[in-house]
Design a protein around this ligand. Structure first.
Ligand code: C5P
Length: 307
């Protein structure tokens, strides 16, 4: 067993953002969530979470990075809520923590940035406080914080059902090369889901295209690109019409697939290979159509301890 962390030490965790290769949205449930069937893929844009000892009862967070000002640093911060919940449920004695989040995952961008930080805080604090928590217990706790938190703990490629929090592994071969286009403005997830309801986009068909799963097994980016699907995309486009132009530009610049990630507004473009991704990212960034572009690959693991 690992030796307990001393008070002078810091625990560092790296956690990836996600894109949704398929997102089928069903009806609104009694708990105000929508029934989903979604295929997640964790991609190589990472937040880093540092956890240090603090006096019992002290839970603080500092956020650094380009969009840090957009992240709350009070008790509503999802990483702080994660740390508190973990302490309440699993620590024998009162605990405290000082968290620092180095943000690279876009804030309110449809890539589970907040959920990733919660997942990172759960792992970091469980090590800092030397808690005995199984991966299943951690995922169950994560699901209480947000529907994407269990996936952010696990990473890789997975099918999410119910609220998106019930996970099953999906077989995926090879590495996929993506170009992410980050937007100037954020999109609120509940607003996008509400728009989807208003537009009648949610129905009982939660089928994930078999061709998409076969493309993943075969490691075929062209076949995957053709089958990317997101039922929330028309809602995101209704709220941010300029995203249509961005999607078209990516396809014109050689992407083999393009999809709004989750509730958006981040758009994920799939490239046929790494050099096509380099070319696509240069052309998109020269075009100046979005805030910034980032070349990433997936699948990558979920929350991991850094030594
Ligand atoms: O779980 P999380 O807090 O990340 O979800 C944010 C919001 O997204 C929810 O409050 C809900 O409005 C919407 N949502 C949904 N159905 C899901 C997941 C999220 O309606 N399965």
């Amino acid at each position: 067993m690992a030796s307990p962390v001393t008070e002078a030490e810091v625990v560092r965790v790296r956690v990836a953002g996600k894109i949704n290769l398929a997102l089928r949205c069903g009806p609104l449930r009694e708990d105000d969530y929508h029934e989903l069937a979604t295929v997640f893929q964790a991609v190589s844009v990472f937040d880093e979470i540092e956890a240090r000892w603090a006096e019992p009862g002290v839970f603080s967070v500092r956020v650094v990075g380009e969009q840090a000002a957009l992240v709350p640093t009070d008790g509503s911060n999802l990483a702080v809520r994660a740390a508190r919940l973990l302490g309440e449920r699993f620590a024998k004695d009162p605990v405290g923590v000082e968290l620092v989040i180095h943000k690279s995952i876009p804030v309110t961008g449809g890539m589970a940035g907040g959920s990733a930080d919660a997942a990172g805080a759960l792992l970091a604090c469980s090590v800092l406080w030397d808690l005995d928590v199984t991966p299943d217990e951690m995922r169950d706790l994560g699901a209480l914080l947000g529907a994407d938190v269990p996936f952010c703990l696990t990473g890789g490629t997975a099918l999410g059902t119910e609220r998106g929090d019930q996970l099953a592994p999906v077989l995926s071969r090879g590495t996929y090369h993506w170009v992410l286009a980050f937007s100037h403005q954020e999109l609120s997830t509940p607003e996008v889901f509400a728009k989807a309801d208003e537009l009648g986009l949610a129905d009982d068909d939660l089928t994930v295209p078999a061709g998409l799963l076969n493309a993943l097994v075969g490691g075929d980016p062209v076949a995957l690109g053709e089958r990317l699907v997101n039922d929330l995309q028309p809602a995101a486009l209704a709220l941010r019409p300029e995203l249509s132009e961005l999607l078209e530009a990516g396809e014109e610049f050689g992407a083999v697939g393009a999809v709004v990630s989750g509730s958006g507004p981040t758009v994920a473009f799939l490239a046929a290979n790494e050099s096509a991704a380099i070319d696509l990212s240069v052309r998109l960034s020269n075009d100046g159509i979005c805030r910034s572009v980032k070349r990433v690959s997936g699948p990558v693991p979920g929350a991991r301890l850094l030594t």
